[in-house]
Design a protein around this ligand. Structure first.
Ligand code: IVH
Length: 689
C-alpha cells in the first residue's frame, strides 16, 4: 500500500475508534493498539508534510503555539433561554405554547440543561471547519484549534451517513467531574488557585492560548441544537437509499428538533441521552422529578432541564422575544444546600482594593464537590446574617461560581459565641479601610502601596486590550514583584535581560523576548495607554473618548471636572476618578516616567487626519455580517466621524447599521421602535467613503 492510502486508512480507522471510545463509550480495540496506530500515522505525517490536514486524528493533541482568538460574527445570533424556577412557571410555559398554537396538538422535548459553555460548530462537507464561542451572542471567539482537541467532537463526520453539505450545530462544552477533580488536585499541589466549578474550568481551558493544554484537560461535548438552512442538501446518503437516487443531491427534510438530533447522532455527534418527547404537562413534571436526583449520577454538571417545542414549523410560528425563543424554556434545579461549621472569616484583597470576606468552614459535600470556603460578599451581608464564630451555617451553590453562606441555624449557636467583626485595616498592607458612598464593599485605599493592588495594576497594564505585552503574565508579574524588580507599571520599562533572567542562561531567550515585548509596547496607540494606566472606572470606551477629546496626556491631566463632563458618555463618577488619579503625586510621577520612556502620549497624525463630525450626536447600533469592512472597522469609522457605537437598541438609537443576517430579535425591536435600518452602502455614502 502506498503511503497516501495508508495515511487515509489510518485516519479513517482512528476517527472510528475515537467515536467508539468517546461518543459511544464502547471501545473495540485496546488503548495500546490505538496508540500504535496513532504513532504510525504521526510518523507518516511527519515524513510527508504535504499530507497535513487540520482534521487528522493526530491534531487532537494540540500544539503549544500561542494563538490569538479571532472574533467571528454568528450567522444566527446565539440566544439564551428564559429561566423558570418552579413547576407553576413550567405550567405557564405549557399554557402559553398551547395558546400560541391555537389548540393544535404539540410535543415538548425535555432534555438536560448542561452547565458548561456553549459552542457553535460549522461543518462543511463533513469536515469541522469552525468552532465559535457564544461571546456576546452576536459574535464570539474562534476557538477551532482548541475544539479540535475535544475527542467527542467529530473532526470528520461518518462517511455516507447522510449529513448535509453545510450546517451549524450547537451544544455545550463541559469538563467531566472526574477531570475537574483531578485538575483541582493537581492545582492544589502546585499551590495554584482552584477552579470553583467544572464550568469555570472548562471555560478557562477553552480560552487557553495553547491547544496542547486544552487536549490534556479532557473536555467533553454534548450537542443539542441543529441549525439546518431551509433546502439543505446531501449527496452522501447511506448506500441503501442511494439505490433509488440519481446523481442529484437530495434535499434533507427535518421536521422536528428530536428527529434532527437523532439524525445528527447518526452522523457521529454525542447527543444528550436523556431526551424525551412529552405530550402532557404531567410527563414533563415527571421527567423533571426523575432527573432532579438522577442527574447526580451523570458524568458532567447539569443545572436544569430544557423544554423545547418539537415541531420546527411550530417553533417558527411561536417565534422569539427580544432575548429568547418563545418555543423553549429552561427549568433550573434548586440550588443544593449543606450545613457546616464556620471556623474563621478571612479577608481577600482584590486588584481594585475591594475587600471580600471569606467564610472558612468544616469541609462539606455540596453539588458534587467538597466545599471549605464560601463568599460572604461584604460587611452588610455579615451583619444581615448576624454571623457568629462557630455558627452552623447553610451554604448554597446556585448558578453562581462560588458557594455562598445563605443562613444560620440559630438553634445550634453556643451562648458564648462571638459575633464576627468586620476588619478595619487592610490585611495585606495595614492601611485603614474606606467605604465609598453607595458602594457595598470596603476598599483598601493604598492603591500604590498594597501588594495585590500593585500587581493587579501591572497585570491590567500588560493585558491584551491594554498594552498587550503577551510574553508577560500574572506569574511573571508576581515573580518580578517578589524579586523587587518592579513596583509599578513604569518600572517595566527599566527591566534588563540580565535582571529578568536572573543571570540564568536557560532563561536568556525568554528574558530577551520579554524585554523586547515591553519595548515594542511603546508603539501602542495613546487611547490604549489611557486605558492601560488603570484609572478607576475608565474602561476601553471611556479611554478612547478621553484620548480623542484631549489628544494628549498633558491636556488630559489638566482637565477640569466641567471639561470632562462635556464629553459624551463621561459622567460624574468617571470625571471625579480622572481628577483623583492625576491629583495623586505617585501617579503623576509614573506618568512622567512613562513619558520619558517614550510611550505614545498623544493621538497619532493619522487619527487626527480622518476625524470629522459627520455623525456627531448619533448613536448607532451595528448588527449582522458585512462585506466591505469588518464590524470592528465599522465601529472605528463611527467613532472617527464623531458618532457613538452602542450594543443594544433603545429609543436613543439613531439608526442601525445592518449587514446580512441581522438578529431576528434586534430586527423586531427596531421595527417596534420605528428605528431606521441602513445598509453598509448607504452608511459609507454618508461618511463619504
Ligand atoms: S438550547 C435558542 N439546550 O443554556 C435556544 N441550551 O440559557 C438555544 N444549554 O446558552 C439553546 N443545555 O449554553 C439548549 N439542552 C440544551 C442546553 C442549553 C445547556 C445552555 C446554552 C444556552 C443556555 C441558555
Amino acid at each position: 500500500m502506498d503511503y497516501k492510502s495508508r495515511i487515509e486508512a489510518l485516519r479513517k480507522e482512528l476517527h472510528e475508534h475515537n467515536y467508539n471510545y468517546y461518543v459511544l463509550n464502547q471501545p473495540t480495540i485496546s488503548d495500546y493498539e490505538f496508540d500504535m496506530m496513532m504513532r504510525e500515522l504521526q510518523d507518516l505525517e511527519a515524513e510527508h508534510p504535504e499530507m497535513a490536514d487540520p482534521n487528522s486524528p493526530t491534531q487532537r493533541v494540540g500544539s503549544d503555539l500561542n494563538q490569538q482568538f479571532r472574533q467571528v460574527a454568528h450567522k444566527y445570533p446565539m440566544l439564551s433561554l428564559a429561566n423558570t424556577y418552579n413547576e407553576a412557571e413550567v405550567a405557564d410555559f405549557y399554557r402559553r405554547v398551547k395558546e400560541g398554537l391555537e389548540g393544535e396538538p404539540f410535543e415538548i422535548v425535555a432534555e438536560m440543561k448542561y452547565d458548561g459553555l456553549s459552542i457553535s460548530l460549522t461543518y462543511i462537507d463533513g469536515q469541522l471547519t469552525q468552532a465559535v464561542t457564544r461571546g456576546d451572542g452576536e459574535k464570539g471567539d474562534d476557538v477551532t484549534s482548541n475544539v479540535r482537541t475535544i475527542r467527542s467532537i467529530p473532526l470528520q463526520l461518518k462517511p455516507g451517513s447522510g449529513y448535509p453539505h453545510e450546517f451549524e450545530i450547537r451544544g455545550e462544552i463541559l469538563m467531566p467531574w472526574t477531570s475537574f477533580e483531578q485538575l483541582n488536585r493537581e492545582r492544589e499541589q502546585r499551590e495554584e488557585p482552584l477552579f470553583a466549578n467544572p464550568r469555570n474550568a472548562a471555560s478557562g481551558t477553552l480560552k487557553s492560548q495553547k491547544s496542547e493544554l486544552v487536549a490534556s484537560r479532557r473536555l467533553d461535548a454534548y450537542l443539542y441544537y441543529l441549525l439546518l438552512p431551509e433546502g439543505a442538501t446531501t449527496d452522501n446518503q447511506p448506500a441503501q437509499m442511494d439505490l433509488f437516487a440519481d446523481s442529484q443531491p437530495a434535499t434533507l427534510t427535518v421536521e422536528s428538533h428530536y428527529e434532527g438530533l437523532q439524525m445528527a447522532r447518526g452522523w457521529g455527534f454525542k447527543i444528550s441521552e436523556g431526551m424525551k418527547k412529552c405530550t402532557t404537562l404531567q410527563e414533563i413534571i415527571d421527567f423533571i422529578h426523575y432527573w432532579d436526583t438522577e442527574r447526580k449520577n451523570l458524568p458532567v454538571a447539569t443545572d436544569g432541564i430544557v423544554l423545547k417545542v418539537n415541531s420546527l414549523r411550530q417553533q417558527r410560528h411561536l417565534g422569539f422575544t427580544a432575548k429568547s425563543p418563545r418555543w423553549a424554556i429552561a427549568y433550573k434545579f434548586k440550588a443544593e444546600r449543606a450545613c457546616t461549621r464556620l471556623n474563621e472569616v478571612t479577608y481577600q484583597v482584590g486588584r481594585t482594593g475591594a475587600i471580600t470576606p471569606v467564610a472558612n468552614m468544616d469541609p462539606v459535600q455540596l453539588a458534587g464537590t467538597t466545599v471549605r470556603r464560601a463568599s460572604l460578599h461584604n460587611a452588610d451581608i455579615i451583619r444581615q446574617l448576624d454571623l457568629h464564630l462557630g455558627d452552623m451555617v447553610y451554604v448554597e451553590k446556585g448558578g453562581e461560581i462560588i458557594p455562598k453562606v445563605v443562613g444560620v441555624d440559630l438553634t445550634q449557636r453556643k451562648p458564648d459565641a462571638q459575633p464576627i467583626e468586620f476588619i478595619k485595616t487592610c490585611p495585606e498592607c495595614g492601611a485603614q479601610l474606606v467605604r465609598y458612598e453607595g458602594e457595598a464593599a470596603h476598599y483598601c485605599p493604598n492603591d500604590t502601596g498594597c501588594p495585590p493592588q500593585i500587581k493587579g495594576k501591572i497585570e491590567h497594564f500588560i493585558s491584551r486590550k491594554a498594552m498587550n505585552i503577551d510574553s508577560l503574565g500574572p506569574e511573571t508579574v508576581d515573580d518580578f514583584y517578589q524579586r523587587h524588580l518592579i513596583n509599578n507599571i513604569a518600572d517595566l520599562y527599566n527591566l534588563t535581560v540580565m535582571q529578568v533572567s536572573g543571570g540564568n542562561k536557560n532563561r536568556a531567550v525568554s528574558a530577551t523576548k520579554a524585554v523586547e515585548a515591553i519595548k515594542a509596547s511603546k508603539e501602542v496607540p495613546f487611547e490604549r495607554v489611557v486605558f492601560a494606566i488603570g484609572i478607576r472606572f475608565v474602561g476601553e470606551v471611556a479611554a478612547k473618548q478621553l484620548a480623542r477629546h484631549f489628544k494628549n496626556i498633558d491636556a488630559l491631566a489638566a482637565a477640569t471636572h466641567e471639561q470632562l463632563l462635556e464629553i459624551d458618555g463621561i459622567g460624574d463618577v468617571i470625571a471625579q476618578s480622572v481628577i483623583d488619579y492625576f491629583a495623586n503625586p505617585a501617579n503623576r510621577e509614573i506618568i512622567e516616567q512613562l513619558k520619558q520612556q517614550g510611550l505614545t502620549m498623544q493621538i497619532s497624525d493619522e487619527q487626527m487626519a480622518g476625524q470629522t463630525d459627520l455623525l456627531a450626536g448619533q448613536t448607532i447600533v451595528i448588527s449582522g455580517v458585512f462585506q466591505k469592512h469588518s464590524r470592528d472597522e465599522y465601529k472605528q469609522l463611527i467613532e472617527q466621524h464623531g458618532g457613538k457605537n452602542s450594543g443594544s437598541i433603545s429609543a436613543k438609537t439613531s439608526f442601525i447599521l445592518a449587514g446580512e443576517n441581522m438578529g431576528p430579535a434586534k430586527l423586531e425591536k427596531a421595527q417596534k421602535l420605528g428605528i431606521k435600518i441602513m445598509n453598509e452602502n448607504e452608511f459609507l455614502q454618508i461618511i463619504g467613503e
